[in-house]
Design a protein around this ligand. Sequence first.
Ligand SMILES: [Zn+2]
Ligand SMILES: [Zn+2]
Length: 353
Amino acid sequence: MIVTKLDKTGVKEECHTHLSALFPVALLEDCSMRVFSNPVGSGSLWFDNLATADGTPVAYDPQARAFLPMPPFCANREVIGCNWIAPEQGAFCRSCAMTALAPDPSITGAFPNWATTEAAKRWAIDNLGRWHWFRPEDPGARPVFHMLAEGPTPVFMGHAEGVVTISVAEADPVLSITRRQALDEPYRTMIGHMRHEISHMLWWRLSLRQDFLDAFRTMFGDERADYTAALQRHYNQGPAPDWRQYYLTTYASAHPHEDWAETAAHLMHLTDITDSFVAAGLSSPEIPSAGWDPYSEPDAYRLIHIAAGLAVGVNHINRSMGLSDLYPFMLSDTARRKLAFVHDWLRRGAQGL
Ligand SMILES: [Zn+2]
Ligand SMILES: [Zn+2]
């Protein structure tokens, strides 16, 4: 009952009021951070946790952005380890409810891969919620997900008319690395796929506005250019030699749609790197203040500057363990301008501003 009430509350302030009344622990900071308070004891909880350290089952309430120690849990909890709450017993959580097609369980690895895929989706959806996308205050369409396993035929990821198709096979590390090497990509992860494909869906949402379309075409070029021919040319000839001056990745240079999706995904990467850095309690001289929320930062260039600095630092930390770079990309001036454009639209687009 309490959860239903919480689920219907609108915004941050309300989440503070209700939650602090219910659980008089220090939940106030939780509404904007990736590390959460334990609702039944001491210690922290991480976004994917299903239970506290002492084994008490908990669930994440995406509306309140806090953990609760009580059902109703998502109907997918036992199936794929979804840790979000549901609006009522036996129902799916807000994220699982967006999945219209689940993979064929007879295909090897389909369910473990699906579980990893849904975890990446919950992360990406929760991040976007910080800019109000797909929350109750967003009056627009929600994405519909088709989560497909790969049998003998490959699954092509993509977006069409609000439907996002994801190959859950990409959650398999061997397959993912094989494809990353074949395509000569510096980075390939499920959360990267998720952000890229959702970005196409966000473009579709924003493209209902003429002011967006006009501004988009000025910044990214005309997306009405023949898509199939552009992709064909990209795979046959590769990118222009000077692509680094204008694009974040070679794929972004193929067509304005892919440039948007890559740029929007990178804005989500950079904002989340910064948010996770701050949430982990780490510090840097570049961080404006102790309570600074990267998702609320209005100055895109400031955010990008801070994120780029942190990425260089964390890349160096990764080398201490022989790992590849966290963020293996360079940000040209043109790329920064496009990132700032995306930032502006993603911050206000969900609210029709
Ligand atoms: Zn769920
Ligand atoms: Zn794409």
